[in-house]
Design a protein around this ligand. Structure first.
Ligand code: SAH
Length: 235
């Protein structure tokens, strides 16, 4: 288990209970499967994956980690849900994904052990589940090599994101279990950028992720009102 106190054990338990369904594309994880090609393309619009060492923080069952390894990167996925990591390892074995390892450790602890070890760090759909996201961003900044990239995604905090990400997704469309997200833990892009800038990470790209419930399609654009992606680089 991690020494870090920046963990909400209730959040880890929530993901652990669902972990066996992580690779079921019609399960609670359907949105992560649906957005994965979009976020992977967005990452690849900034960096080449081949031969790069990538750390995926809060990797869960490994949807993003595996796709980056299949793209030619050497991927380390970390999480604190033992069950999710078990599922991730089994799935990589099943489909024969190479160049991937999964470790139970917090970002903060790994940053202490292995600073400046990764060309790229990804931390997606995870920051809104931790007590102090600024500490995770700080760990990202320590873990990435100088000149390296960090790709983040989370949910904005405003009336629209409350209506879309909580009321819409959890209560109306029932895409996610009730209680998946907590409004107070949402993070404004300006706040996330301030966390980044405070530890030497500069903004390169900011995009909003949009969803049309009628067509079940996702796409990126400039409006960051609800879900958004931020790419930053270490000086
Ligand atoms: N990043 C993955 C999974 C997102 S679900 C994806 O986008 O496909 C959020 C994940 O964050 C869960 O697996 C949960 O166990 C993990 N998590 C939550 N708090 C964490 C913490 N403090 N340290 C590491 N992982 C954490």
């Amino acid at each position: 288990m991690s020494n870090s106190s920046n963990v909400d054990s209730g959040e880890i338990e929530k993901f652990s209970q669902l972990a066996h369904r992580w690779w079921d594309k019609d399960s609670e994880f359907k949105p992560l499967h649906a957005i994965n090609p979009i976020r992977l393309d967005w990452i690849k619009s900034h960096v080449t994956l081949t031969g790069q060492s990538i750390l995926d923080i809060g990797c869960g069952g490994g949807i993003l980690s595996e796709s980056m390894a299949q793209g030619g990167a050497f991927v380390t996925g970390i999480d604190l849900s033992v069950k999710a990591l078990k599922v991730a390892k089994l799935h990589a074995l099943e489909v024969g994904t190479q160049n991937i390892e999964y470790v139970e450790i917090s970002a903060e602890d790994l940053a202490r052990d292995k600073p400046e070890s990764f060309d790229i760090v990804t931390c997606m759909e995870m920051l809104e589940h931790v007590p102090d996201p600024s500490l995770v961003v700080k760990a990202c900044a320590r873990l990435v090599k100088p000149g390296g990239w960090v790709f983040l995604s989370t949910i904005n905090r405003n009336v629209q994101s409350f209506l879309m990400a909580i009321v819409g997704a959890e209560y109306v469309l029932k895409m996610l279990p009730k209680g998946t997200h907590e409004y107070a833990k949402f993070i404004r892009p300006s706040e996330l950028l301030a966390f980044c800038n405070a530890c030497g990470l500069s903004e390169v790209d900011l995009k909003g992720l949009h969803y049309n419930p009628l067509t079940e399609r996702y796409w990126l654009n400039q409006s960051t009102q609800v879900n958004y992606f931020m790419a930053v680089q270490k000086k």
